[in-house]
Design a protein around this ligand. Structure first.
Ligand SMILES: [Zn+2]
Length: 366
C-alpha cells in the first residue's frame, strides 16, 4: 500500500521540489537585494555533495546569497583547470563590483557517530579537515590575504553546527558550544579567530554565525531524530545549478570540477548502490540519475551550450554507471535538463521513467 512517504520519491517529486524552490527564490529577489545592500561580501562554500550540508538552512540565510560548489568529499584543488576557471570568474565578478569574497572551505562530520560522517573520506574527519586546511593554504597563496578570504569550517551534522577554524589553525570554535552570546562577545570571538580579516568581511560573516547559533537552538528544541541524519540518498546529480536540490538525504551531487569526473561519478553510484544493498532506500520507488547544466543568458549561445553540456554529461554518466556499477542500471530513471541561475527553474530536456511494479516496462516521455 502506498504510504504518504512514497510521494517523496521519483522524478515528479524532484520537479515539484524545483518548482517550489524557484518560486521561493523569485519571491525573495527583493530580500536578496536588500541583504546585498547591507552585506555586500560575495560568499561561496566549497562543500561535500552530501545532501545534509544545506548552508542557507544551517545559517538561516536567504537562498541565493551563498554560492555553493559541491563535490565528492568537498575535495577541490585550485589546480583543477575547470574549477579554477569557474572560481576565478566568481572572484572577478565580485572584484568588478568592488566586493570582497569570502570562501568557506568546509569538511563535515558527526559528533555522535563517526559513521555518520563523510563517506567521501571513509569517515576520517582528520583527513577531511587537513584537506580543507591545504585548500585554504592554496587560496592564501594564490590570492594573498586581501580580496579573497578563505575560512576553514567544519559542519557537524548532528546539530548542524559550524566549527570555525581560526586563520592560524591553532584554534577552532564549535558554535554548538556558544550560546546566549551578546553581540560584543561575538564580535570579540570573530576578531580573535580572524585578526587579519577586514572589518567589512567580519560584519558580513556575523549574520551567518548568529543564524547558525539560532538554528542549533531550533534543532535542539525539535529533538530531531538521529535517523534523519543517516544516508538514504536516491538521486545522483551530475553538473551544476543544484542549490535548489537540498532536501535532506535525497541526492549525491557530483560537480563537473574534478578532472577525474568519471571516478567521482563511479564513487557516487557505488554509494547509491550501497544505500540499496543495505536496505536504506527502496529501489522500487526509483533511483534517479539527474543531470543539470547551469546558464544565465537565455538568449545567446550560453543557453545552447548548456543544453549540449547537459546532454553530454547525462550520456557520459550513464556510460560510466553501465560499465562500472551495472547493478544500479535496472533501477535508474533519467532526468536531464538545465537550471536557469536567474530563477533556479529547471528546464527538462529528457526524461525516462521506469515503472518497476513487478515488470521492467519502460515508459519514455518527452
Ligand atoms: Zn561527505
Amino acid at each position: 500500500m502506498p504510504s504518504k512517504k512514497e510521494s517523496n520519491y521519483g522524478i515528479d517529486y524532484l520537479l515539484e521540489l524545483n518548482r517550489r524552490h524557484a518560486r521561493e527564490f523569485m519571491d525573495l529577489a527583493v530580500e536578496r537585494r536588500r541583504y546585498r545592500g547591507e552585506h555586500p561580501t560575495e560568499i561561496a562554500a566549497l562543500k561535500c555533495m552530501d545532501g545534509r550540508l544545506n548552508l542557507p538552512v544551517i545559517t538561516q540565510t536567504t537562498v541565493g546569497i551563498i554560492q555553493p560548489f559541491r563535490n565528492l568529499g568537498g575535495k577541490f584543488e585550485l589546480g583543477w583547470p575547470f574549477f579554477q576557471s569557474i572560481l576565478d570568474q566568481w572572484v572577478q565578478y565580485a572584484t568588478s563590483r568592488g566586493r570582497h569574497s569570502l570562501v568557506f572551505v568546509t569538511y563535515h562530520y558527526s559528533r555522535g557517530d563517526s559513521h555518520r560522517g563523510c563517506r567521501g573520506f571513509n569517515y576520517d574527519t582528520e583527513a577531511a579537515c587537513n584537506t580543507a586546511i591545504k585548500l585554504k593554504q592554496q587560496f592564501d597563496h594564490v590570492y594573498g590575504r586581501g580580496a579573497v578570504i578563505p575560512i576553514v569550517c567544519g559542519i557537524e551534522t548532528d546539530l548542524d553546527a559550524l566549527i570555525l577554524h581560526g586563520e592560524d589553525h591553532n584554534r577552532s570554535v564549535d558554535l554548538a558550544k556558544v550560546n546566549e552570546t551578546t553581540q560584543i562577545e561575538l564580535d570579540e570571538l570573530l576578531r580573535s579567530l580572524y585578526p587579519s580579516v577586514p572589518e567589512i568581511i567580519i560584519r558580513d560573516l556575523m549574520p551567518l554565525v548568529r543564524g547558525n547559533i539560532r538554528h542549533i537552538a531550533d534543532i535542539r528544541a525539535s529533538n530531531r531524530a538521529i535517523e534523519d541524519a543517516e544516508h538514504k540518498e536516491w538521486v545522483l546529480g551530475v553538473g551544476r545549478g543544484f542549490d535548489w536540490l537540498h532536501a535532506i538525504n535525497t541526492a549525491f551531487i557530483v560537480g563537473p570540477f574534478d578532472p577525474n569526473l568519471s571516478l567521482a561519478i563511479e564513487t557516487a553510484a557505488n554509494l547509491l548502490q550501497g544505500n540499496i544493498d543495505e536496505g536504506r532506500v527502496n529501489p522500487k520507488r526509483g533511483i534517479v540519475l539527474m543531470t543539470s547544466a547551469a546558464y544565465r543568458d537565455a538568449a545567446g549561445p550560453e543557453h545552447h551550450l548548456a543544453k549540449e553540456k547537459a546532454t553530454f554529461l547525462s550520456a557520459f554518466a550513464l556510460d560510466i554507471i553501465k560499465s562500472r556499477v551495472p547493478n544500479l542500471v535496472p533501477h535508474l530513471q533519467i532526468l536531464t535538463g538545465m537550471t536557469d541561475l536567474n530563477t533556479r527553474k529547471f528546464e527538462v530536456l529528457d526524461r525516462q521513467d521506469k515503472v518497476i511494479m513487478g515488470t521492467d516496462e519502460s515508459v519514455k516521455a518527452a
